[in-house]
Design a protein. Structure first.
Ligand code: CAP
Ligand code: MG
Length: 436
């Protein structure tokens, strides 16, 4: 019987002795081969389908194509490393990178599960992106906040207030000592809270709060929409003296964020990146894309801060993952960390802030600061508006909890001082409970 013609060539994409070149992109995947598929066969298919290959050998194969092939070069249990030649990638194009290393491969029958954990992006690739406009030092300078975490809150319930009610809650939040008032992720422009009206009223009350406190006050007003409309809304914010905007970066996509990074930077606007929808692909520990990799992409594109989890609040995210995300966002040289992070040299790209939010209240402030330190944006929303004496007292209680943590005092000792009555009242209601 004639020898069966070889129809697939996946094995050509596996070389366990391969040493990646310095300028290759190296990806770390968690993978589970399909039943009957060996790890090597699955690894070959992952490298092939995410670079030059397809399921069959081809009639023509110009020899130069070999140089563009990805190589699966390390298999360690369910973890796989794949190296991609630099020439495969269009500098500055985040979408193309994702279509390559996070595209078809998730749907291959060759794997039962696949998760893109992290990637080492070579300096010359990283430098083809602009990164954050201001960096954390620049943001601190802009807001006049030297050391402590930056603070903010969303009016709650998260949607339904009129623009006037929204702005009044914002004023109370600022007067309680917070720096920012944040729109919720699902608030853009609605009949009951029109964007233009909200900007006008928030601008007026921001000026009032700044005059009365002598502090710089700002807001993450949500411009999320189709890109042309985002530009129009960003312009309106800049025209009204704002220094930030907010974008739901997962739903607007990498192309939208890349466009808005340049447009907002030209207007002097920092971008607060909400990550709504990330858990659709980030939550399953066996399949999808990790938050630490999404955070890497968003810093490279150039947001000024992005939600990174609390570990102690109401939403998913373990302490070690939260710390890994914070490292990706803040450090210049990120160390490899087991099967959670690969090393990353940021080639001088400015850093950005992790944003801890979700189910937080004054009683959890020390836990969150133990995880993040001070270099973060702390959002406490329900945890101030639910204070027994309302928003302003809730913000004060949170500021008192931050002060206690920075002084190395316990909250309960700190709350004994009558000037910290708001903290005492918050602890009476929530103590240190962790909501689920
Ligand atoms: C938090 C929040 C944020 C979540 C997002 C909310 O409100 O405004 O959107 O923090 O999650 O809508 O739940 P609370 P993450 O402070 O009242 O919980 O930060 O994990 O992306
Ligand atoms: Mg929200």
């Amino acid at each position: 019987m004639a020898e069966e013609k070889k129809i697939d060539w996946y094995d050509e994409f596996v070389n366990l002795n391969y040493k990646p070149a310095k300028d290759e992109i190296v990806c770390l995947f968690y993978f589970e081969p399909a039943d009957g598929m060996s790890p090597k066969e699955a690894a070959g298919r992952i490298a092939s389908e995410s670079s030059t290959g397809t399921w069959t050998t081809l009639f023509t194969m110009p020899p130069r194509m070999k140089k563009l092939q990805a190589t699966s070069f390390e298999i360690d249990g369910n973890f796989l490393k794949v190296a991609y030649p630099y020439e495969l990638w269009e500098p500055g194009n985040a979408c193309q990178l994702m279509s390559g290393i996070a595209g078809n491969i998730f749907g291959m029958k060759a794997v039962k599960n696949l998760r893109l954990v992290d990637a080492t992006l070579p300096p010359k690739y990283v430098k083809s992106f602009k990164g954050p406009k201001f960096g954390n030092d620049g943001i601190r300078k802009m807001m006049g906040i030297k050391k402590r975490p930056l603070t903010g809150a969303v009016p709650k319930p998260k949607i339904g207030f009129s623009a006037k009610e929204h702005a009044e809650i914002g004023y109370e939040t600022w007067m309680g000592g917070f720096d920012f008032v944040k729109d919720d992720e699902n608030l853009t422009s609605t009949p009951f809270n029109n964007f233009d009206e909200r900007v006008k009223l928030m601008s007026k009350l921001r000026d009032k709060a700044e005059k009365e406190t002598g502090e710089t006050k700002s807001a993450f007003i949500n411009i999320t929409a189709e890109t042309e409309l985002m530009k129009k809304r960003a312009k309106m914010l800049a025209d009204n003296g704002w220094n930030y905007c907010m974008i739901d970066v997962v739903v607007t996509g990498f192309a939208g964020v890349q466009t808005m990074r340049d447009y907002c930077s030209d207007l002097g606007l920092a971008i607060h990146a909400h990550r709504a929808m990330h858990a659709a692909f980030g939550r399953n520990p066996k399949h999808g894309i990790t938050m630490q990799f999404l955070a890497k992409m968003e810093r490279m594109i150039g947001v000024s801060q992005i939600h990174s989890g609390t570990a102690v609040g109401k939403l998913e995210g373990k302490v070690e993952e939260v710390k890994a995300i914070a490292d990706v966002l803040r450090e210049q040289k990120v160390k490899a960390n087991g099967q959670i992070l690969l090393e990353q040299d940021w080639a001088g790209l400015k850093n950005c802030f992790p944003v801890s939010s979700g189910g937080l209240h004054p009683g959890l402030v020390p836990d969150v600061m133990n995880i993040y330190g001070n270099e973060m944006v702390l959002l406490v929303s329900g945890g101030i508006h639910g204070h027994p004496r309302g928003t302003r007292a809730g913000a004060k209680a949170t500021m008192q909890a931050i002060e206690a943590a920075m002084q190395g005092e316990t909250l309960f000792d700190w709350a004994e001082n009558p000037k910290n009555i708001e903290l005492a009242e918050a602890l009476k209601k929530w103590n240190v409970m962790r909501p689920v």
